[in-house]
Write a protein that binds this ligand. Structure first.
Ligand SMILES: Cc1ncc(COP(=O)(O)O)c(C=O)c1O
Length: 484
């Protein structure tokens, strides 16, 4: 009896501790409640909890996922615009977790965040410093708002054919020269993981009294592990965009836009822009996955997964260091790298060739490939055995003769040109256009954004002069749209 009483008491205390330390996930909890208390549904989505869905699809993704596919307003799930109920609470918890004053959940990825920033914080004719290797969504935003980019070209890492870091001095020089520049918008890290000194860039922005926006799409894990670089939210940026779906563990197309603690940016305008951009039927599954990803990163299990990812990256890098003819991009003088993004090349193989050997001979898919190398992401979902297998395969590839089918591609994948601008982005985009053969395009002005994804960095911008240097990047294009 006494023993039973003690057991009950222990269980009660354990439950209380679990309750108080349990990571809250309001959207996930609201979805659970909705699932457990189904209503008679006479509203969208019309498949009605998965009852009217193609059978094979239902079997494939599971009945429960379809049952939970709903949109806001129903079943006490809250609304996205304005944020109410569990969605509001989830955004507030995300702001706390990432160290922001305000966080907006994004559907349509960081693209939606960049568009909203451009629409809310820039206007026609306003000058904004933007790095040449920005994602195409920033260009789209500037086309919409009519603001003018003032280009900053990062340092080049020529051995790897990639853009490197941006120096604070480059930003200062531009701000000193042109007092009408009203915002600085930089990407950090680069797609391959090169990190700029955001603290120094932010100090310069403060000195010239202009807001700093950081597209940290590839750095959403940084606030959750001390071995990763510091997030721009802690280094003085005003707003930061994070693609949680890329590396943070949420479902595809979900991201977050954060406004930093002491920023004076007009967050109401950002919210209004997002309302214009977002669907009016947001998926609760996608929003729930953002809520879950944040909760996971804060949980003990999530912390373990992230530290496993960092350790796996270190393990992989050590193995790679010992493979002859294989090289990996590392932090160097003037820049750092994110350890979890491993960009490699093997002597005598183009990146595209290495990618296809990995795929065809070893059933391995990497994040991306360029003419030079391949990018490997050490994700929170990967096990150590994945990296053992990958390193073993790379060892085999580097030591084997692939010369019989070796070819050098006459194409380039990472746009590395400094644009010669002849018209504004918006003017060129809305100009009268014609479609011409690529071979006739040199000397004409591009009327479109030409960018391959990944990495989504433009080869051509609207308003840019097309030159013969562009041609190796345009192998896949027969026609181009130019200003008439
Ligand atoms: C630097 C950068 N910013 C923004 C985006 C857009 O992100 P999303 O795919 O989440 O819309 C990408 C996508 O690759 C990116 O690389």
């Amino acid at each position: 009896m006494y023993t039973n009483g003690r057991k009950e008491l222990t269980e009660k205390i354990e439950n209380q501790i679990n309750e108080s330390t349990k990571i809250k996930a309001p959207i996930v909890e609201a979805l659970q409640t909705a699932y457990e208390h189904p209503t008679y549904q006479f509203h969208i989505p019309g498949h009605t909890k998965g009852k009217a869905v193609f059978k094979d699809f239902k079997h494939l993704i599971g009945e429960k996922a379809l049952n939970l596919d709903t949109t806001d307003e129903f079943d006490n799930l809250g609304t996205l615009h304005p944020a109410t109920g569990p969605i509001k609470e989830a955004q507030e918890l995300a702001a706390q977790a990432f160290g922001a004053k305000k966080t907006f959940f994004l559907l349509n990825g960081s693209t939606a965040g960049n568009l909203a920033i451009a629409m809310a914080l820039t206007k026609k004719g306003q000058k904004v410093i933007v790095n040449r290797n920005c994602h195409r969504s920033i260009l789209t935003g500037l086309i919409i708002s009519g603001a003018e980019p003032v280009w900053v070209c990062p340092k080049r890492i020529d051995d790897w054919s990639i853009w490197g870091n941006i120096e604070a001095e480059q930003i200062e020089e531009l701000l000193k020269k042109d007092k009408t520049i009203s915002m600085v918008w930089v990407t950090n890290p680069t797609y391959e993981g090169v990190v700029s000194d955001i603290k120094s860039i932010s100090n310069v922005c403060k000195k010239y009294n202009v807001p700093l926006i950081v597209d940290e799409a590839h750095g959403c894990l940084w606030n959750f592990n001390k071995h990763l670089p510091e997030t721009a939210l802690k280094l003085g940026a005003d707003a930061v965009v994070h693609s949680l779906h890329k590396t943070g563990g949420s479902m595809s197309q979900t991201s977050m836009l954060h406004i930093s603690q002491d920023s004076t940016l007009d967050e109401k305008s950002v919210e209004k822009a997002l309302k214009l951009l977002h669907t009016t039927s947001p998926s609760l599954l996608l929003l729930g996955s953002l809520d879950a990803a944040r909760a996971n990163l804060q949980s003990e299990n999530g912390k373990k997964l992230l530290s496993r990812a960092v350790n796996n990256a270190k393990y992989l890098r050590t193995r790679l260091d010992n493979i002859p003819h294989l090289h990996q991009l590392k932090g160097d003088f003037g820049y750092k790298t994110d350890v979890t993004k491993v960009f490699i090349k093997i002597d005598g193989l183009s990146g595209k060739r290495l990618e296809s050997i990995l795929e065809i001979d070893f059933n391995i898919e990497v994040e991306s490939a360029s003419d030079i190398g391949v990018l490997i992401l050490c994700n929170i979902g990967n096990k150590r055995s994945d990296f053992v297998y990958l390193a073993d395969c790379l060892e085999k590839i580097a030591s084997k003769e692939y010369q019989d089918i070796y070819y050098l591609e006459k194409r380039k994948h990472m746009p590395m040109l400094e644009p010669q601008i002849k018209m504004s982005l918006r003017e060129a985009f809305y100009a009268e256009k014609e479609t011409i053969l690529k071979k006739d395009a040199v000397g004409r002005i591009s009327a479109e954004v030409v960018a391959e994804c990944p990495p989504g960095i433009s080869i051509l911008l609207p308003g840019e002069l097309i030159t013969k240097e562009h041609m190796p990047y345009l192998n896949d294009y027969e026609f181009l749209e130019v200003v008439k």
